[in-house]
Design a protein around this ligand. Sequence first.
Ligand SMILES: CC(C)(COP(=O)(O)OP(=O)(O)OC[C@H]1O[C@@H](n2cnc3c(N)ncnc32)[C@H](O)[C@@H]1OP(=O)(O)O)[C@@H](O)C(=O)NCCC(=O)NCCS
Length: 427
Amino acid sequence: MSNRRVAIVAGCRTPFVRAGTVFRDLTAVDLGKACVRELLERTEVAPASIDTVVMGQVVPSVKAPNLAREVALGAGLPKSVPAHTVNRACASANQAIADVASAILLGHVEAGIAGGSECLSDVPILLGRRMARILVEAQKAKSLGARLATFARVRPRDLVPEAPAIAEPSTGLTMGQSAEKMAKENGITREEQDRIALASHRNGWAATEDGRLPAETCAVHVPPAYDVAVTADNLLRKDASLEALAALPPAFDRRHGTVTAGNSSPLTDGAAAVLLMSEEKARAEGYDALAYVRSWAVAAVDPGGQLLMGPGLAIPKALERAGLQLSDMDLVEMHEAFAAQVASNIQALESEAWAREKLGRSTAVGRVDRDRLNVCGGSIALGHPFGATGARITTTLAHEMKRRAAKFGLISVCAQGGMGFAMVLER
Ligand SMILES: CC(C)(COP(=O)(O)OP(=O)(O)OC[C@H]1O[C@@H](n2cnc3c(N)ncnc32)[C@H](O)[C@@H]1OP(=O)(O)O)[C@@H](O)C(=O)NCCC(=O)NCCS
Protein backbone atom coordinates (compact mmCIF):
# COMPACT_ATOMS: atom_id res chain seq x y z
CA MET A 1 0.00 0.00 0.00
CA SER A 2 1.22 3.47 -0.91
CA ASN A 3 1.71 5.88 1.97
CA ARG A 4 1.21 8.79 -0.38
CA ARG A 5 -1.93 10.94 -0.19
CA VAL A 6 -3.75 12.71 -2.98
CA ALA A 7 -4.53 16.37 -2.34
CA ILE A 8 -7.44 18.18 -3.96
CA VAL A 9 -5.75 21.53 -4.44
CA ALA A 10 -8.47 23.45 -6.28
CA GLY A 11 -11.47 23.05 -8.56
CA CYS A 12 -13.65 25.15 -10.80
CA ARG A 13 -16.39 24.84 -13.37
CA THR A 14 -18.13 26.75 -16.11
CA PRO A 15 -21.68 27.88 -15.49
CA PHE A 16 -24.09 24.95 -15.95
CA VAL A 17 -26.74 25.93 -18.47
CA ARG A 18 -29.76 24.37 -20.14
CA ALA A 19 -28.71 22.58 -23.34
CA GLY A 20 -29.61 24.57 -26.43
CA THR A 21 -29.30 27.96 -24.73
CA VAL A 22 -26.27 30.20 -24.17
CA PHE A 23 -23.62 27.57 -24.98
CA ARG A 24 -25.39 26.28 -28.07
CA ASP A 25 -22.62 27.44 -30.43
CA LEU A 26 -19.81 25.97 -28.33
CA THR A 27 -18.40 22.45 -28.10
CA ALA A 28 -17.37 20.28 -25.16
CA VAL A 29 -13.75 21.06 -26.05
CA ASP A 30 -14.46 24.82 -25.83
CA LEU A 31 -16.09 24.43 -22.42
CA GLY A 32 -13.32 22.18 -21.14
CA LYS A 33 -10.67 24.63 -22.34
CA ALA A 34 -12.35 27.60 -20.65
CA CYS A 35 -12.54 25.70 -17.37
CA VAL A 36 -8.99 24.26 -17.37
CA ARG A 37 -7.49 27.60 -18.44
CA GLU A 38 -9.24 29.25 -15.48
CA LEU A 39 -8.04 26.53 -13.11
CA LEU A 40 -4.46 27.16 -14.22
CA GLU A 41 -4.86 30.91 -13.80
CA ARG A 42 -6.52 30.76 -10.41
CA THR A 43 -3.99 28.37 -8.92
CA GLU A 44 -1.04 29.99 -10.69
CA VAL A 45 0.33 26.49 -11.08
CA ALA A 46 3.17 26.23 -13.59
CA PRO A 47 1.66 24.48 -16.64
CA ALA A 48 4.93 22.56 -17.04
CA SER A 49 4.41 20.98 -13.62
CA ILE A 50 1.21 19.24 -14.72
CA ASP A 51 2.06 15.61 -15.56
CA THR A 52 -1.27 14.37 -16.91
CA VAL A 53 -4.80 15.41 -17.87
CA VAL A 54 -7.80 13.08 -17.71
CA MET A 55 -11.30 14.22 -18.70
CA GLY A 56 -14.67 12.50 -18.86
CA GLN A 57 -17.21 12.79 -21.64
CA VAL A 58 -20.29 10.65 -22.15
CA VAL A 59 -21.49 11.63 -25.63
CA PRO A 60 -18.21 12.12 -27.50
CA SER A 61 -17.75 14.13 -30.64
CA VAL A 62 -16.64 12.17 -33.69
CA LYS A 63 -14.36 15.10 -34.55
CA ALA A 64 -12.50 15.19 -31.22
CA PRO A 65 -12.93 11.78 -29.60
CA ASN A 66 -10.04 12.35 -27.16
CA LEU A 67 -11.52 15.46 -25.56
CA ALA A 68 -8.84 15.59 -22.85
CA ARG A 69 -5.99 15.98 -25.32
CA GLU A 70 -7.73 18.81 -27.19
CA VAL A 71 -8.55 20.55 -23.91
CA ALA A 72 -4.96 20.20 -22.66
CA LEU A 73 -3.51 21.59 -25.89
CA GLY A 74 -6.08 24.38 -26.12
CA ALA A 75 -5.78 25.41 -22.47
CA GLY A 76 -2.10 26.17 -22.84
CA LEU A 77 -0.51 23.11 -21.26
CA PRO A 78 2.80 22.04 -22.79
CA LYS A 79 2.37 19.74 -25.78
CA SER A 80 4.41 17.14 -23.89
CA VAL A 81 1.63 16.62 -21.29
CA PRO A 82 -0.27 13.43 -22.13
CA ALA A 83 -4.05 13.34 -21.84
CA HIS A 84 -6.78 10.73 -22.11
CA THR A 85 -10.55 10.67 -22.00
CA VAL A 86 -12.69 8.28 -19.96
CA ASN A 87 -16.31 7.22 -20.13
CA ARG A 88 -17.94 5.79 -17.02
CA ALA A 89 -21.23 7.39 -18.01
CA CYS A 90 -22.40 9.99 -15.44
CA ALA A 91 -19.45 9.09 -13.17
CA SER A 92 -16.91 9.92 -15.89
CA ALA A 93 -15.35 12.93 -14.14
CA ASN A 94 -15.19 10.88 -10.93
CA GLN A 95 -13.37 8.20 -12.90
CA ALA A 96 -11.02 10.86 -14.30
CA ILE A 97 -10.27 11.96 -10.72
CA ALA A 98 -9.72 8.32 -9.68
CA ASP A 99 -7.37 7.80 -12.66
CA VAL A 100 -5.20 10.77 -11.73
CA ALA A 101 -5.34 9.80 -8.03
CA SER A 102 -4.20 6.26 -8.92
CA ALA A 103 -1.28 7.63 -10.93
CA ILE A 104 -0.28 9.85 -7.99
CA LEU A 105 -0.55 6.95 -5.52
CA LEU A 106 1.59 4.79 -7.80
CA GLY A 107 4.21 7.54 -7.90
CA HIS A 108 3.86 7.84 -11.67
CA VAL A 109 2.86 11.51 -11.52
CA GLU A 110 2.98 14.32 -8.97
CA ALA A 111 0.25 16.60 -10.34
CA GLY A 112 -2.65 16.22 -12.72
CA ILE A 113 -5.86 17.85 -13.87
CA ALA A 114 -9.04 15.74 -13.83
CA GLY A 115 -12.52 16.71 -14.86
CA GLY A 116 -15.04 16.43 -17.62
CA SER A 117 -17.07 18.31 -20.16
CA GLU A 118 -20.36 17.78 -21.93
CA CYS A 119 -22.13 19.87 -24.52
CA LEU A 120 -25.53 18.33 -25.12
CA SER A 121 -26.17 21.26 -27.49
CA ASP A 122 -23.67 19.58 -29.78
CA VAL A 123 -24.52 15.89 -29.87
CA PRO A 124 -23.57 14.02 -33.04
CA ILE A 125 -26.60 13.52 -35.25
CA LEU A 126 -26.23 10.28 -37.16
CA LEU A 127 -27.58 9.10 -40.45
CA GLY A 128 -28.50 5.40 -40.89
CA ARG A 129 -26.06 2.74 -42.14
CA ARG A 130 -27.62 2.75 -45.66
CA MET A 131 -27.08 6.50 -46.05
CA ALA A 132 -23.55 6.20 -44.69
CA ARG A 133 -22.79 3.49 -47.30
CA ILE A 134 -24.17 5.67 -50.08
CA LEU A 135 -22.02 8.63 -48.97
CA VAL A 136 -18.88 6.49 -48.86
CA GLU A 137 -19.61 5.02 -52.30
CA ALA A 138 -20.32 8.49 -53.74
CA GLN A 139 -17.00 9.73 -52.40
CA LYS A 140 -15.20 6.88 -54.16
CA ALA A 141 -17.11 7.29 -57.47
CA LYS A 142 -14.75 7.85 -60.40
CA SER A 143 -17.00 10.15 -62.46
CA LEU A 144 -19.74 12.72 -61.90
CA GLY A 145 -22.23 10.33 -63.53
CA ALA A 146 -21.31 7.50 -61.17
CA ARG A 147 -21.58 9.87 -58.22
CA LEU A 148 -25.04 11.08 -59.25
CA ALA A 149 -26.16 7.48 -59.82
CA THR A 150 -25.09 6.65 -56.25
CA PHE A 151 -26.99 9.63 -54.83
CA ALA A 152 -30.05 8.65 -56.87
CA ARG A 153 -30.43 5.66 -54.52
CA VAL A 154 -31.14 7.97 -51.56
CA ARG A 155 -34.69 7.51 -50.25
CA PRO A 156 -36.44 10.04 -47.96
CA ARG A 157 -36.20 7.65 -45.00
CA ASP A 158 -32.39 7.62 -45.41
CA LEU A 159 -32.39 11.31 -44.47
CA VAL A 160 -34.10 10.78 -41.11
CA PRO A 161 -31.40 11.56 -38.50
CA GLU A 162 -30.79 9.47 -35.40
CA ALA A 163 -29.80 11.42 -32.28
CA PRO A 164 -28.13 9.44 -29.49
CA ALA A 165 -30.79 8.32 -27.00
CA ILE A 166 -30.37 8.58 -23.22
CA ALA A 167 -31.32 4.93 -23.07
CA GLU A 168 -29.75 1.74 -21.81
CA PRO A 169 -28.47 -0.15 -24.86
CA SER A 170 -29.00 -3.52 -23.16
CA THR A 171 -32.64 -2.94 -22.15
CA GLY A 172 -33.85 -0.08 -24.37
CA LEU A 173 -35.29 1.71 -21.31
CA THR A 174 -34.50 5.41 -21.01
CA MET A 175 -32.99 6.74 -17.79
CA GLY A 176 -36.32 8.39 -16.99
CA GLN A 177 -38.25 5.14 -17.46
CA SER A 178 -35.72 3.41 -15.23
CA ALA A 179 -36.19 6.07 -12.53
CA GLU A 180 -39.95 5.60 -12.87
CA LYS A 181 -39.56 1.84 -12.37
CA MET A 182 -37.46 2.44 -9.24
CA ALA A 183 -40.03 4.88 -7.82
CA LYS A 184 -42.82 2.32 -8.30
CA GLU A 185 -40.93 -0.72 -7.01
CA ASN A 186 -39.51 1.10 -3.99
CA GLY A 187 -42.71 2.99 -3.12
CA ILE A 188 -41.10 6.42 -3.52
CA THR A 189 -43.93 8.95 -3.52
CA ARG A 190 -44.27 11.96 -5.78
CA GLU A 191 -44.20 14.19 -2.71
CA GLU A 192 -40.89 12.75 -1.52
CA GLN A 193 -39.38 13.27 -4.97
CA ASP A 194 -40.63 16.86 -5.14
CA ARG A 195 -39.23 17.56 -1.66
CA ILE A 196 -35.80 16.39 -2.79
CA ALA A 197 -36.10 18.64 -5.87
CA LEU A 198 -37.17 21.60 -3.72
CA ALA A 199 -34.21 21.11 -1.34
CA SER A 200 -31.92 20.98 -4.37
CA HIS A 201 -33.17 24.38 -5.60
CA ARG A 202 -33.29 25.98 -2.11
CA ASN A 203 -29.77 24.87 -1.19
CA GLY A 204 -28.48 25.75 -4.64
CA TRP A 205 -30.05 29.17 -4.48
CA ALA A 206 -28.68 29.86 -0.97
CA ALA A 207 -25.17 28.82 -2.07
CA THR A 208 -25.49 31.09 -5.11
CA GLU A 209 -26.79 34.09 -3.20
CA ASP A 210 -24.01 33.96 -0.61
CA GLY A 211 -21.34 33.55 -3.28
CA ARG A 212 -20.22 29.97 -2.53
CA LEU A 213 -21.13 28.57 -5.96
CA PRO A 214 -20.19 31.69 -7.98
CA ALA A 215 -16.72 31.43 -6.39
CA GLU A 216 -16.34 28.01 -8.06
CA THR A 217 -17.61 29.24 -11.43
CA CYS A 218 -15.64 30.81 -14.27
CA ALA A 219 -16.84 33.09 -17.08
CA VAL A 220 -17.20 31.67 -20.58
CA HIS A 221 -17.11 33.99 -23.58
CA VAL A 222 -19.53 32.97 -26.30
CA PRO A 223 -19.69 33.40 -30.10
CA PRO A 224 -20.17 35.10 -32.46
CA ALA A 225 -18.01 37.99 -31.19
CA TYR A 226 -16.84 36.47 -27.89
CA ASP A 227 -17.52 39.85 -26.30
CA VAL A 228 -20.31 38.47 -24.10
CA ALA A 229 -19.38 36.43 -21.05
CA VAL A 230 -21.73 33.89 -19.49
CA THR A 231 -21.06 33.96 -15.76
CA ALA A 232 -24.05 32.31 -14.09
CA ASP A 233 -25.96 29.03 -14.01
CA ASN A 234 -29.31 29.33 -15.74
CA LEU A 235 -31.30 26.33 -14.53
CA LEU A 236 -31.58 27.13 -10.83
CA ARG A 237 -35.00 28.48 -9.74
CA LYS A 238 -35.19 31.06 -6.99
CA ASP A 239 -38.95 30.65 -6.84
CA ALA A 240 -39.07 26.82 -6.69
CA SER A 241 -42.04 25.65 -4.64
CA LEU A 242 -43.72 22.37 -3.77
CA GLU A 243 -46.94 23.66 -5.35
CA ALA A 244 -45.28 24.39 -8.71
CA LEU A 245 -43.44 21.04 -8.63
CA ALA A 246 -46.66 19.19 -7.79
CA ALA A 247 -48.43 20.77 -10.78
CA LEU A 248 -46.01 19.30 -13.36
CA PRO A 249 -47.17 16.36 -15.44
CA PRO A 250 -45.24 13.05 -15.30
CA ALA A 251 -42.61 12.99 -18.06
CA PHE A 252 -42.04 9.29 -18.64
CA ASP A 253 -45.35 7.57 -17.70
CA ARG A 254 -48.12 10.00 -18.52
CA ARG A 255 -50.85 7.99 -16.73
CA HIS A 256 -49.33 6.56 -13.57
CA GLY A 257 -45.91 8.23 -13.34
CA THR A 258 -44.34 10.38 -10.64
CA VAL A 259 -41.07 11.39 -12.34
CA THR A 260 -41.39 14.90 -13.82
CA ALA A 261 -39.23 17.56 -15.46
CA GLY A 262 -39.09 19.14 -11.99
CA ASN A 263 -37.70 16.15 -10.09
CA SER A 264 -35.28 15.00 -12.85
CA SER A 265 -31.91 16.45 -13.75
CA PRO A 266 -32.21 18.55 -16.92
CA LEU A 267 -30.17 18.24 -20.13
CA THR A 268 -27.20 20.53 -19.52
CA ASP A 269 -24.01 21.98 -21.03
CA GLY A 270 -20.94 22.56 -18.87
CA ALA A 271 -17.45 21.56 -17.80
CA ALA A 272 -15.65 21.13 -14.47
CA ALA A 273 -12.13 20.24 -13.39
CA VAL A 274 -9.96 19.80 -10.30
CA LEU A 275 -6.23 20.10 -9.72
CA LEU A 276 -4.79 17.09 -7.90
CA MET A 277 -1.28 16.77 -6.44
CA SER A 278 0.62 14.42 -4.21
CA GLU A 279 0.52 15.72 -0.64
CA GLU A 280 4.28 16.28 -0.78
CA LYS A 281 4.12 18.32 -3.95
CA ALA A 282 1.17 20.40 -2.73
CA ARG A 283 3.08 21.23 0.44
CA ALA A 284 6.32 21.94 -1.41
CA GLU A 285 4.47 24.31 -3.76
CA GLY A 286 2.82 26.06 -0.83
CA TYR A 287 -0.77 25.00 -1.55
CA ASP A 288 -3.23 24.58 1.29
CA ALA A 289 -5.16 21.50 0.11
CA LEU A 290 -8.94 21.74 0.25
CA ALA A 291 -9.23 18.03 1.11
CA TYR A 292 -7.55 14.67 0.52
CA VAL A 293 -8.82 11.53 -1.19
CA ARG A 294 -9.29 8.83 1.47
CA SER A 295 -10.82 6.02 -0.62
CA TRP A 296 -13.07 5.26 -3.56
CA ALA A 297 -14.98 2.36 -5.05
CA VAL A 298 -17.06 1.41 -8.07
CA ALA A 299 -19.81 -1.19 -8.26
CA ALA A 300 -22.43 -2.36 -10.72
CA VAL A 301 -25.91 -3.86 -10.64
CA ASP A 302 -27.92 -5.68 -13.31
CA PRO A 303 -29.16 -2.95 -15.72
CA GLY A 304 -32.29 -5.06 -16.24
CA GLY A 305 -33.19 -4.69 -12.55
CA GLN A 306 -33.17 -1.29 -10.87
CA LEU A 307 -30.72 0.58 -13.05
CA LEU A 308 -29.58 3.41 -10.78
CA MET A 309 -28.85 1.49 -7.55
CA GLY A 310 -25.08 1.38 -8.04
CA PRO A 311 -24.42 3.90 -5.20
CA GLY A 312 -26.14 1.50 -2.76
CA LEU A 313 -23.24 -0.91 -3.37
CA ALA A 314 -20.40 1.54 -4.07
CA ILE A 315 -20.94 3.60 -0.90
CA PRO A 316 -20.45 0.72 1.60
CA LYS A 317 -17.45 -0.45 -0.42
CA ALA A 318 -15.76 2.98 -0.33
CA LEU A 319 -16.59 3.37 3.39
CA GLU A 320 -15.09 -0.03 4.15
CA ARG A 321 -11.92 0.87 2.25
CA ALA A 322 -11.78 4.10 4.25
CA GLY A 323 -12.30 2.20 7.51
CA LEU A 324 -15.21 4.52 8.27
CA GLN A 325 -18.98 4.44 8.82
CA LEU A 326 -21.68 6.45 7.08
CA SER A 327 -22.28 8.15 10.45
CA ASP A 328 -18.69 9.49 10.32
CA MET A 329 -19.51 11.57 7.21
CA ASP A 330 -19.94 15.28 8.00
CA LEU A 331 -21.26 15.99 4.50
CA VAL A 332 -22.75 13.82 1.76
CA GLU A 333 -22.92 14.74 -1.93
CA MET A 334 -25.22 12.43 -3.90
CA HIS A 335 -25.56 13.07 -7.60
CA GLU A 336 -29.25 13.65 -8.31
CA ALA A 337 -29.94 12.02 -11.68
CA PHE A 338 -33.53 11.80 -10.49
CA ALA A 339 -35.03 12.40 -7.06
CA ALA A 340 -36.46 8.85 -7.25
CA GLN A 341 -32.92 7.48 -7.59
CA VAL A 342 -31.64 9.52 -4.62
CA ALA A 343 -34.56 8.36 -2.44
CA SER A 344 -34.16 4.73 -3.57
CA ASN A 345 -30.46 4.65 -2.72
CA ILE A 346 -31.04 6.31 0.67
CA GLN A 347 -33.74 3.72 1.34
CA ALA A 348 -31.29 0.92 0.46
CA LEU A 349 -28.57 2.33 2.73
CA GLU A 350 -31.07 2.46 5.59
CA SER A 351 -32.43 -1.04 4.93
CA GLU A 352 -31.39 -4.20 6.77
CA ALA A 353 -32.82 -6.33 3.96
CA TRP A 354 -30.53 -4.55 1.41
CA ALA A 355 -27.55 -5.06 3.76
CA ARG A 356 -28.34 -8.78 4.16
CA GLU A 357 -29.21 -9.57 0.56
CA LYS A 358 -26.79 -7.34 -1.38
CA LEU A 359 -23.90 -6.78 1.02
CA GLY A 360 -23.86 -9.94 3.13
CA ARG A 361 -23.90 -7.97 6.38
CA SER A 362 -26.39 -7.98 9.23
CA THR A 363 -26.78 -4.25 9.81
CA ALA A 364 -27.89 -1.45 7.53
CA VAL A 365 -25.20 0.83 6.09
CA GLY A 366 -26.67 3.77 7.96
CA ARG A 367 -28.84 6.88 7.87
CA VAL A 368 -28.29 9.76 5.49
CA ASP A 369 -28.87 12.97 7.42
CA ARG A 370 -30.82 15.18 5.01
CA ASP A 371 -29.34 18.30 6.62
CA ARG A 372 -25.86 17.21 5.49
CA LEU A 373 -26.97 16.11 2.02
CA ASN A 374 -26.23 18.23 -1.06
CA VAL A 375 -25.95 21.34 1.05
CA CYS A 376 -25.13 23.53 -1.98
CA GLY A 377 -27.82 22.02 -4.21
CA GLY A 378 -27.60 19.07 -6.57
CA SER A 379 -27.89 18.03 -10.17
CA ILE A 380 -31.69 18.53 -10.30
CA ALA A 381 -31.38 22.25 -9.61
CA LEU A 382 -27.91 23.04 -10.92
CA GLY A 383 -27.98 20.78 -13.97
CA HIS A 384 -26.07 17.71 -15.03
CA PRO A 385 -23.59 17.92 -17.91
CA PHE A 386 -23.00 14.14 -17.82
CA GLY A 387 -19.21 14.05 -18.18
CA ALA A 388 -18.59 17.03 -15.86
CA THR A 389 -20.85 16.46 -12.86
CA GLY A 390 -18.35 14.39 -10.84
CA ALA A 391 -15.83 17.23 -10.85
CA ARG A 392 -18.52 19.78 -9.90
CA ILE A 393 -19.50 17.63 -6.92
CA THR A 394 -15.90 17.02 -5.83
CA THR A 395 -15.07 20.74 -6.04
CA THR A 396 -18.13 21.78 -4.06
CA LEU A 397 -17.68 19.09 -1.40
CA ALA A 398 -13.98 19.91 -0.92
CA HIS A 399 -14.73 23.65 -0.58
CA GLU A 400 -17.60 23.05 1.81
CA MET A 401 -15.51 20.66 3.93
CA LYS A 402 -12.86 23.33 4.28
CA ARG A 403 -15.42 26.03 5.09
CA ARG A 404 -17.04 23.90 7.80
CA ALA A 405 -13.78 22.35 9.02
CA ALA A 406 -15.41 18.99 8.30
CA LYS A 407 -13.36 15.84 8.80
CA PHE A 408 -15.00 13.50 6.28
CA GLY A 409 -17.17 13.87 3.19
CA LEU A 410 -18.81 11.31 0.92
CA ILE A 411 -19.59 11.47 -2.80
CA SER A 412 -21.84 9.09 -4.73
CA VAL A 413 -22.82 9.04 -8.38
CA CYS A 414 -25.10 6.62 -10.24
CA ALA A 415 -24.33 5.87 -13.86
CA GLN A 416 -25.70 4.27 -16.99
CA GLY A 417 -25.04 0.55 -17.27
CA GLY A 418 -26.12 0.04 -13.63
CA MET A 419 -22.88 1.43 -12.26
CA GLY A 420 -22.17 3.39 -9.11
CA PHE A 421 -19.16 5.37 -7.92
CA ALA A 422 -18.35 6.53 -4.39
CA MET A 423 -15.43 8.45 -2.93
CA VAL A 424 -14.54 9.49 0.63
CA LEU A 425 -12.65 12.76 1.16
CA GLU A 426 -10.89 13.73 4.38
CA ARG A 427 -9.28 16.77 5.92
C1 LIG B 1 -37.31 15.20 -17.79
C2 LIG B 1 -37.07 15.78 -19.20
C3 LIG B 1 -37.66 14.82 -20.24
C4 LIG B 1 -37.82 17.11 -19.24
O1 LIG B 1 -37.56 17.71 -20.47
P1 LIG B 1 -38.34 19.02 -20.94
O2 LIG B 1 -39.79 18.72 -21.06
O3 LIG B 1 -37.59 19.57 -22.10
O4 LIG B 1 -38.12 19.92 -19.66
P2 LIG B 1 -38.39 21.44 -19.42
O5 LIG B 1 -37.23 21.98 -18.70
O6 LIG B 1 -38.84 22.12 -20.67
O7 LIG B 1 -39.56 21.40 -18.37
C5 LIG B 1 -40.91 21.12 -18.75
C6 LIG B 1 -41.78 22.13 -18.04
O8 LIG B 1 -41.66 21.97 -16.63
C7 LIG B 1 -41.33 23.22 -16.05
N1 LIG B 1 -40.51 22.97 -14.87
C8 LIG B 1 -39.38 22.23 -14.80
N2 LIG B 1 -38.91 22.27 -13.54
C9 LIG B 1 -39.75 23.04 -12.82
C10 LIG B 1 -39.79 23.45 -11.47
N3 LIG B 1 -38.85 23.07 -10.59
N4 LIG B 1 -40.79 24.24 -11.07
C11 LIG B 1 -41.74 24.64 -11.94
N5 LIG B 1 -41.76 24.28 -13.24
C12 LIG B 1 -40.77 23.48 -13.67
C13 LIG B 1 -40.61 23.98 -17.14
O9 LIG B 1 -40.65 25.35 -16.91
C14 LIG B 1 -41.38 23.58 -18.35
O10 LIG B 1 -42.56 24.35 -18.38
P3 LIG B 1 -43.16 24.84 -19.81
O11 LIG B 1 -43.51 23.58 -20.54
O12 LIG B 1 -44.32 25.65 -19.37
O13 LIG B 1 -42.07 25.61 -20.46
C15 LIG B 1 -35.56 16.01 -19.49
O14 LIG B 1 -35.05 17.00 -18.64
C16 LIG B 1 -34.76 14.75 -19.29
O15 LIG B 1 -34.73 13.88 -20.16
N6 LIG B 1 -34.13 14.63 -18.13
C17 LIG B 1 -33.42 13.41 -17.78
C18 LIG B 1 -32.03 13.49 -18.19
C19 LIG B 1 -31.37 12.17 -17.93
O16 LIG B 1 -31.81 11.12 -18.32
N7 LIG B 1 -30.27 12.23 -17.26
C20 LIG B 1 -29.51 11.05 -17.03
C21 LIG B 1 -29.40 10.90 -15.64
S1 LIG B 1 -28.35 9.51 -15.33
